[in-house]
Design a protein around this ligand. Structure first.
Ligand code: NDP
Length: 314
């Protein structure tokens, strides 16, 4: 019989424990997987897989060897005061998750590119409001953030024939995408785009990066898509610019406060599409392979893949 790999504790208010346990044990039958609510001896836990656990969660686990963030965005994790020093933190970077995100981005980009918000509003008025379609090659799409999710989305956007621009911190190369890097190029990229897609992590550098002044640098009438984090954007300024028409329309999956409060002006705006933070999610059956491989690496004394850098914030 294979030796036990020890215990993994699971915490999430959004994800189903049973599904994840089954997916993980299908990969690693010798791993004990326990829900945080049922854990009897936290001092014997070796691995934690968690999404927004309560404060002090990790402090009870002196034998912890690996923290797996149950999602791609680690902003809620890296600032915590209970993270044990030196313990590697990984996140889920599953190709299926990237594909799901790319699908959402493509949907949002095509919706704006084909003027669907205009036709939806006209339909409600019972109007046949012809607007001549633009060809994809006439439309510039800027994807800001070219990581695991952003690079896949940019690739899919350019495959549709859009003039595609990309922006990241360090220089990247993606075939068919005009890639820019560094703060000094951001305004140039923004000023060239008909559709701006935010795919950046939330870090001290990116928080409120899209303030009023920066949003005003977008082309008049351009569309704005945020699938990253609400706190990247000054939401009051975004709302005002959507009301004035400087920003023509928006698809928003993330907000400064979630759930978006019932009295928020964005709900009633005809040029805004709201979805409740679900552009992409971790998929147990495919993500479990990556998590299992990392557990085996750590159990063998090797560093895990897809490690995040808490100091950098992503
Ligand atoms: P990655 O960490 O793989 O990539 C981040 C990208 O952003 C990299 O290209 C990085 O640059 C760039 N970046 C980071 N900081 C800066 C900066 N200061 N200036 C310029 N570029 C910067 O992230 P993912 O692609 O996996 O995910 C992106 C975000 O999507 C997540 O952090 C999360 O917040 C969000 N998300 C949203 C979901 C939803 O359902 N709405 C689901 C999953 C994730 P470089 O390449 O140089 O490192």
């Amino acid at each position: 019989m294979a030796a036990s790999l020890g215990t993994l504790v699971f915490y999430s208010a959004f994800d189903d424990f049973g599904t994840w346990k089954q997916a993980l044990q299908a990969q690693l039958p010798q791993l004990q997987v326990v829900d945080a609510g049922a854990i009897e001896r936290p001092e014997d836990v070796h691995y934690a897989m968690a999404w927004k656990p309560p404060a002090g969660f990790f402090r009870q686990m002196p034998k912890l060897r690996l923290i797996v963030n149950l999602g791609a965005g680690v902003d809620a994790l890296v600032g915590r005061s209970d993270l044990p020093a030196g313990i590697p933190i990984t996140r889920i970077t599953d190709p299926q998750m990237s594909r799901m995100m790319a699908g959402y981005v493509l949907f949002a980009v095509l919706r704006h590119a084909r003027d669907i918000p205009h036709f939806e509003q006209a339909q409600r008025r019972g109007e046949w409001a012809y607007r001549h379609p633009r060809s994809p090659g006439e439309i510039s799409v800027a994807v800001l953030g070219l990581g695991q999710l952003g690079a896949t989305a940019a690739h899919e956007v350019q495959r549709q024939g859009f003039r595609t621009l990309g922006w990241s911190r360090s220089p990247r190369q993606i075939e068919g995408v005009a890639c820019f890097s560094g703060m000094e190029t951001l305004d140039t990229v923004l000023g060239q785009a008909d559709i701006v897609v935010l795919m950046l992590p939330l870090t001290p550098q990116t928080q409120n990066l899209f303030d009023r002044a920066r949003l005003q640098r977008m082309r008049p009438g351009a569309a704005f898509v945020n699938v990253a984090r609400g706190a990247l954007v000054d939401q009051a300024a975004l709302t005002a610019l959507l009301q004035s028409g400087h920003i023509g329309s928006a698809t928003l999956d993330v907000f400064a406060r979630e759930p978006l409060p019932a009295d928020d002006a964005l709900w009633g705006m005809p040029n805004v599409l709201i979805t409740p933070h679900l552009a992409s999610v971790a998929i147990p059956s495919s993500s479990a392979r990556q998590i299992a491989a990392n557990i085996l690496r750590v159990a063998a004394g090797e560093p895990p893949d897809h490690r995040i850098d808490p100091a950098r914030g992503y």
